[in-house]
Design a protein around this ligand. Structure first.
Ligand code: SF4
Ligand code: SF4
Length: 245
């Protein structure tokens, strides 16, 4: 149930917001960077709409494991800032966490990249287990897809078995799993079922050479087709809860 916005009495405008809307925070505000959102944050700032949610999130860092993940990621971020590639950051994060066994969950089309990555990890003294998405060779029909729903109907098409990938890496005791080019949804399943921590090295985007930010960077030019029919003429300045009408 949506909670009442605690700032509502002081600022009637803020009463509109019960959910956070950071995506609409102006560049000149973004006060959380300086820990000043109570004073300068807009009405839709989570510090104002759901301070309890922030407190609940913070409570999870009391768990020593999650505190360590947060601390070591922050150290990797600071030490390698604009120096280390993401591959190097993963190696360094694993080292700082004391992980010795890494998993690679790749798309079948990324097995060559998985091979390079596996050898890089091994060259840093890490133990590596890898599983491709077609693992098990399970026909798509087995989960209820019809023949005409396949990419190429009429023949065998193996299911993208990301739950199976997670299971294999779990059974091997992988402490950190790296996703290489799993499709949307398949990657979601992998993240849900992976028992080890999981991170993405490559986000699949067949059109943009696996560089999905291109669709956002060029949303007002070459990739304007990404917009839906409800795009307003003028970009709104406020999240939907705060708009008139
Ligand atoms: S709304 Fe608040 S938390 Fe979100 S970006 Fe702005 S200042 Fe930061
Ligand atoms: S379903 Fe996705 S992840 Fe699986 S083989 Fe096809 S492209 Fe690769």
């Amino acid at each position: 149930m949506a909670k009442r916005n605690p700032t509502a009495r002081k600022n009637p405008q803020a009463a509109k917001y019960t959910e956070p809307g950071c995506a609409y925070c102006p560049p000149s505000v973004r006060a959380c960077r300086d820990g000043d959102e109570d004073r300068r944050g807009p009405g839709f700032c989570p510090a104002k709409t759901d301070a309890d949610g922030i407190a609940e999130g913070l409570a999870h860092y009391e768990d020593p494991f999650w505190r360590r993940v947060a601390v070591e990621s922050a150290r990797v971020e600071a030490e390698g800032y604009c120096k280390w590639t993401r591959v190097e950051e993963i190696v360094e994060f694993a080292r700082k966490m004391g992980f010795t066994k890494l998993g690679i969950a790749s798309c079948i089309s990324f097995v060559d990249h998985a091979n390079t990555l596996s050898r890089i990890f091994e060259s840093h003294g890490l133990d590596v287990v890898s599983a491709a998405c077609k693992t098990g060779g399970v026909p798509k029909e087995e989960i209820g897809l019809r023949d005409d729903e396949k990419i190429r109907p009429g023949g065998h098409e193996s299911l993208c078995n990301s739950v199976g990938q997670a299971e294999l890496l779990n059974r091997a005791g992988c402490q950190l799993n790296v996703v290489l080019g799993l499709c949307v949804g398949h990657d979601s399943q992998f993240f849900k079922f992976s028992e080890g921590l999981a991170t993405t090295l490559i986000a699949k985007d067949r059109v943009l050479a696996h560089n999905p930010i291109g669709a956002l960077a060029l949303a007002d030019s070459y990739y304007s087709r990404v917009w839906g029919p409800d795009r307003p003429e003028k970009p709104p300045k406020l999240p939907s809860q705060g708009r008139k009408g």
